[in-house]
Write a protein that binds this ligand. Structure first.
Ligand SMILES: NC(=O)c1ccc[n+]([C@@H]2O[C@H](COP(=O)([O-])OP(=O)(O)OC[C@H]3O[C@@H](n4cnc5c(N)ncnc54)[C@H](O)[C@@H]3O)[C@@H](O)[C@H]2O)c1
Length: 262
């Protein structure tokens, strides 16, 4: 898929990996529709990057809010004539917790719902609402491609990261969904891939304790540093541009495997 003169719908685009992706695709000529809860950051990014960006204050757990953002994006596309090239649902949260705590108390259901509703339900909802606007675009030469869905999984989907039951379940679901979407959307010329980062610098990981961060740093193979937003954004760009990438969940982890104990 071409980046130039296409619109990219990016949830979670106001921070971290999503924001790095916004910057990269914008720098390569894309039009960017940013969906995020954080209006202060979202407005600041649009102010900085200018007219090829649009911000929609969106809660991905609220389908009315997602519908309004998709409708706003479609109205913008009617003005710009830059059809959707990719949907990148990057909004996500972590909320560590075992299913029972050390007092044998079950985790509050609301904590599980919080993670699953953003990381899984919110992803499915955004993709579902964008698809009708992708399947009806003109296919591009030479393969008849119409677009790509690029989801964000995690090492947690592979490595049995301890104390991350809801997070690992949500990211494992994204991994499982990848081939299904690729198969279901093949007839429409739409690809689906997911990227599974390990430990990347972002607001999310800045909230981890010093102890957890230090022990994660010990298990890094090469390079001996956490991933950066730009490393992630480069992979997204490759997923956009390489038509042969389809149906795969790609680990982006510098060979790091999460240990059983931190
Ligand atoms: N940072 C890492 O190490 C890492 C590793 C693996 C996967 N990931 C995944 O990468 C994605 C991006 O995370 P990040 O690390 O950049 O975190 P981040 O906290 O920097 O960014 C997440 C963004 O999502 C937005 N968001 C949260 N809830 C929302 C909601 N209900 N509606 C709309 N927007 C909402 C936040 O406002 C924020 O802008 C997530 O899906 C995360 O699970 C991150």
């Amino acid at each position: 898929m071409y980046i130039k003169d296409r619109t990219f719908v990016i949830s979670g685009g106001a921070s971290g990996l999503g924001l790095a992706t916004v910057r990269d695709l914008h720098a390569h000529g894309g039009y960017i529709s940013i969906l995020d809860l954080n209006a202060e950051n979202g407005d600041a990014i649009v102010e900085e990057l200018g007219s090829r960006t649009k911000f929609f204050e969106t809660d991905v757990t609220d389908t009315d809010s997602v519908q309004a953002a998709v409708a706003g994006t479609v109205a913008w596309i009617k003005e710009t004539h830059k059809p959707i090239g990719a949907v990148i649902p990057a909004a996500g949260v972590g909320s560590p917790g075992k299913l029972i705590d050390r007092h044998n108390e079950p985790i509050p259901l609301a904590q599980l719902d919080f993670v699953i509703n953003i990381n899984l339900r919110g992803v499915l909802d955004l993709i579902r609402l964008c698809l009708p606007h992708m399947t009806t675009t003109e296919p591009t030469e030479p393969d008849g491609e119409r677009g790509v869905i690029i989801m964000v999984s995690s090492s947690a989907a592979f490595d049995g990261q301890p104390g991350q039951a809801a997070y690992a379940a949500s990211k494992g679901a994204i991994r499982s969904l990848t081939l299904v979407l690729a198969r279901d959307l093949a007839q429409n010329g739409i690809r689906a891939v997911s990227i599974a980062p390990s430990y990347f610098e972002s607001n999310m990981t800045a909230q981890m304790s010093e102890k957890v961060r230090k022990s994660l740093e010990k298990v890094l193979e090469f390079p001996k540093r956490p991933g950066k937003g730009e490393d992630f954004a480069k992979m997204v760009r490759h997923c956009v541009e390489n038509v042969m990438l389809n149906g795969e969940c790609i680990r982006l982890d510098g060979a790091t495997r999460m240990p059983s104990k931190l």
